[in-house]
Design a protein around this ligand. Structure first.
Ligand SMILES: NC(=O)c1ccc[n+]([C@@H]2O[C@H](COP(=O)([O-])OP(=O)(O)OC[C@H]3O[C@@H](n4cnc5c(N)ncnc54)[C@H](OP(=O)(O)O)[C@@H]3O)[C@@H](O)[C@H]2O)c1
Length: 344
């Protein structure tokens, strides 16, 4: 038996990616072998492929951080998982719980510092695995680790969102749609922005309280101010980056949380600090989250009978098209690759 994988081997481009056959690894102490059924894409995967995330990344590199599948064999000492268990892997193999700590080694992430999960068989340590309840398909389960945990971390670990909160989501990609579902499930009021009227209509169907088209309304912070009777929003999932942060600081309520997550519009921009200090804002950097957060998020979705939003599923043989689709940004929620066509 051989494993199939999509790897970055040479040039940093989608076209240069290579399908390769690998030996199926044996699980060691504390590890299990997972037959990966589905992997979901994050914007980061596109950055890795293009060399924008880490130009010194070790090649060959199997892509993708987010995968779900079935345990097919276990290492000798493993008692917590067994063959047939359905699992999803954490983004970081060694950030188990608690906050990121400066005195601990920097946690290493799948699909960049560590080989990724866009492969039919992957050995993973049990400490980084979470059980996937039967109510989720593997495609759905594969969406939780990066986008889902990031939104969960931002909304629950610093100023926990509640029914008195008003949460602003930027755009309708993976992180923002998870944020919309989570905020709504906590009873919060939600405002979501998008460049597309069709996507705003879908966001309304998902329960968004208010919508703003940021293409037609470039000063969307003013629209948010009006929608909140000048109070501002209590939480912002800031995925836009340099181009949106100044507006986010103006849209936040006094004492509000601006969770700095993404860099879709770049990383550098002159910034007025006045709204930050005059409104006593909490500007909080977010770097995905721990295995414990993944476990809590999966349980939360199960308890609230929520389903992650999967926009499109691509066969493994068309994984490069999935990356091209991510680049075009026509998706709403998550893009997923199924590996069931590649397993033997
Ligand atoms: N810090 C972390 O731990 C962490 C974790 C996950 C993701 N991220 C980062 O967060 C960002 C989003 O990731 P993702 O995986 O959710 O991406 P994604 O699924 O590719 O989201 C893309 C969507 O973002 C929206 N968008 C793009 N530019 C925008 C702008 N200037 N203002 C508002 N919305 C904009 C667009 O929505 P519409 O089409 O609706 O306009 C676009 O479709 C990326 O920069 C990613 O690297 C960071």
């Amino acid at each position: 038996m051989r494993a199939q994988a999509l790897q970055l081997t040479g040039d940093f481009s989608i076209d240069a990616l290579e399908y390769r056959e690998l030996d199926v690894p044996e699980p060691g102490e504390g590890e299990v072998l997972v037959r990966i059924s589905a992997a979901s894409l994050n914007y980061r995967d596109l950055m890795v492929v293009r060399g924008h995330y880490n130009p010194r990344v070790q090649k060959p590199l199997t892509l993708c951080s987010d995968g779900a599948g079935e345990v097919v064999s276990v290492g000798k000492d493993v008692t917590t998982f067994q063959e047939g268990d359905r699992v999803v892997a954490s983004f970081f193999l060694d950030w188990n719980d608690g906050p990121l700590q400066r005195n601990k080694p920097w946690p290493s992430a799948l699909g960049e510092a560590q080989q990724g999960v866009l492969t039919t068989y992957r050995v993973l340590p049990t400490r980084a695995l979470v059980r996937l309840p039967d109510q989720f398909t593997y495609e759905e389960g594969s969406t939780f680790p990066c986008a889902g945990v990031t939104a969960w971390n931002a909304l629950t670990q610093f100023q926990p969102v509640d029914a008195d909160s008003t949460v602003l989501l930027q755009g309708t990609g993976g992180v923002s749609i998870f944020g919309l579902q989570i905020a709504r499930a906590f009873g919060a009021r939600t405002i979501i922005t998008s460049s597309s009227e069709d996507k705003l209509a879908r966001a309304r169907q998902l329960g968004a309280s208010e919508v703003v088209n940021y293409r037609n309304t470039p000063e969307w912070d003013r629209a948010v101010s009006e929608l909140t009777q000048k109070r501002g929003v209590t939480h912002i999932l800031e995925v836009g980056g340099a181009g949106t942060l100044p507006l986010s600081l103006r849209a936040a309520a006094p004492g509000g949380l601006v969770a700095v997550i993404g860099i879709l519009s770049g990383t550098e921009q002159p910034l007025s600090l006045l709204p930050l200090l005059m409104h006593s804002l909490q500007v909080q950097g977010i770097y995905v989250g721990s295995t414990a957060m993944l476990r809590d998020l999966v349980q939360f979705y199960a308890d609230h009978q929520l389903k992650p939003v999967v926009d499109q599923v691509f066969p493994f043989a068309q994984a490069q098209d999935a990356l091209r689709a991510m680049d075009k940004a026509g998706h709403f929620g998550k893009l997923v690759i199924t590996l069931d066509d590649a397993s033997n």
